[in-house]
Design a protein around this ligand. Sequence first.
Ligand SMILES: O=C(O)c1cccc(C(=O)CC[C@H]2O[C@@H](n3cnc4c(=O)[nH]cnc43)[C@H](O)[C@@H]2O)c1
Length: 204
Amino acid sequence: MKLLIVTAVDAERDAVLRGLSGTVHDVYTVGVGPAAAAAGTARLLALAEAAGTRYDGVVNAGIAGGLAGRADIGDVVVGTASISAELGVRTDDGFTPLGKLGFGSAVAECSLRLAAGVTGARGEILTLATITGSAQRVDELAESYPHALAEAMEGFGAATAAARVRLPFTEIRAISNAVGDRDASGWNWQAAFDALTKAAGELR
Ligand SMILES: O=C(O)c1cccc(C(=O)CC[C@H]2O[C@@H](n3cnc4c(=O)[nH]cnc43)[C@H](O)[C@@H]2O)c1
């Protein structure tokens, strides 16, 4: 099996590569946020197709914020779905996701098979272009998405590119901080990168 693995930043790519040594997968940095992830992943897939390279799946790997009580710093979360928590309509009455409006979906199902060997909690991973920075918004997200474990910024974008060429997709995240916590003294990038390296080593 040959995977295209995309990360947002080089530090994540390097953590993945440390775990992958000697495997056949390709790992690239595509930038921060869902738009960069979608554009970068789509470009890589188009280049691969032109070169005759065949991938068996796409993986978005990186660090993430964990929702309180659901995922702790240093944990690995494997996506059951990557969900855009912003794609929809917001009115005074609240937020309605795209799927309920009847023209598309904000939910990208993840392939459990692609990450079958990876140790970690299974659950939904939210994608947001805007990092959550208030307790009120954390509570809103936790209530709206009771099965979500973590928040990051790229998964739904990369998943959209993979779906366009009908490739299975999964998202793997290592927790570096609690969602909503903007005090960097409480973050642990190293624990997250080490966990990400271990998870990458467990990919088949
Ligand atoms: O300035 C902040 O408040 C802040 C809070 C958390 C993370 C950052 C980053 O610069 C990392 C963004 C990068 O890492 C992923 N990530 C990590 N933690 C989170 C999070 O709590 N919410 C959303 N994304 C997160 C994300 O995928 C980005 O690629 C800054």
